[in-house]
Design a protein. Sequence first.
Length: 414
Amino acid sequence: MTSSSDLKFLGKQIILGVSGSIAAYKAVELLRVLVREGAAVSVVMTEAATRFVNPLTFEVLSRQPVTSNLFAAHQELLHLTLAERADLLVIAPATANVLAKCALGLADDLLSTMMLTTRCPVIIAPAMDGGMWDHPTVQLHTAVIRQRGVTVLEPEEGLLASGKVGRGRLTDQEAILSAIEARLSPRRDWVGQRVLVSAGPTQEAIDPVRFIGNRSSGKMGYAIAQAARERGAEVILVTGPTALERPHGVEVVPVLTAEDMGKALITRLAWSTVVLMAAAVADFRPRRSSQQKIKKEARTGMTLELEPTPDILETLAKQRSSQVIVGFAAETEPPLRHAEQKLKRKGIDLVVGNDVTADQCGFGSDSNAAVLVDRDGRVVELELMPKRELADRILDAIQTLSVFPAQHRPRNHE
Ligand code: PMT
């Protein structure tokens, strides 16, 4: 028999948002499990969702009235009271329309209004048909929402309601439940750590209007900074130019060139306990940068003379006292061999190797796959996953290193 103390979500107040997707019926089973595990669940449906599933089904199972109408809800100020009481808001399934409203801050029904009034953790499990998930607008909205700390679970690939095959199926219930568990009892296993992260590209000036740069968006480094912060670490993020929002609670140091980035990191090395170099630092810069814009007429052809930039990672490894140092290897083929070589050559503790030409990986994408190679001889292959999730897996791997300070190792590492 299950005692009440075994119930995963006992005493938790959860808002289950359901929007107008054919997958709305799957929210019924999700609700049953949440209630069985002890949660008090208030279901908020969009008007479109009520066309797919009768609200009565949710009312019976949740033993609470189901609300969708903002104006009816206003009488009891539900958009405030429910949202303030909640420990967690999970929207499953979420349509492209719901993602857009969340990203843009539109509030024209109870669910979207609650997205603005609640301060609790939010999980969104999208489901949509016909290739909509891959549309650049949907991807942009998803990226914006993730940067605000919302967990967006990737939909699965498979047969869609339209008969097409593609990515868009609501992720499975286990994935939603484990995300709920993780957000309700966040790990605080990096408390006491001081984490220095680099992210984004560097820009090396050719003249006042042109530079040598690269395709890094900063997403990988920002995800690491955010993950470390959420797990309790103090975090400084040294970042090249990106279009990303500053991660909550993280000190951000903006830089432009490889030289600036090196200085910013080296002066903060002594402060840190762990350094992660996710930035795509330029390996070469123009030997001379022109003070004036180079004129087209002056160019019958042009040769740029380049010189190497200092290797920041190697310098950090040489100057460290007890810091754990993690580097990346951006490769255009399977990265294992290169990652192993970089680990030795740079004298660091762990290398995250990624093939930046693989589908949905590397520069600019929201997901990535990697191989982790560490100084203790371990090799871990990590499949394609959101960068935010990969960030957590990298932090988990760092905690298992023999050089990671013993008092900070997790007691029950999975
Ligand atoms: O920013 P995103 O769009 O999210 O993309 C993520 C990413 C592809 C940039 C990231 O996953 C990644 O691979 N970062 C490292 C990119 C890189 O410069 O790799 P590299 O193999 O050229 O360099 C190896 C390591 O040395 C890196 O940790 C790099 O930060 C560091 N380095 C490189 C040159 C230099 N002058 N100094 C350095 O410290």
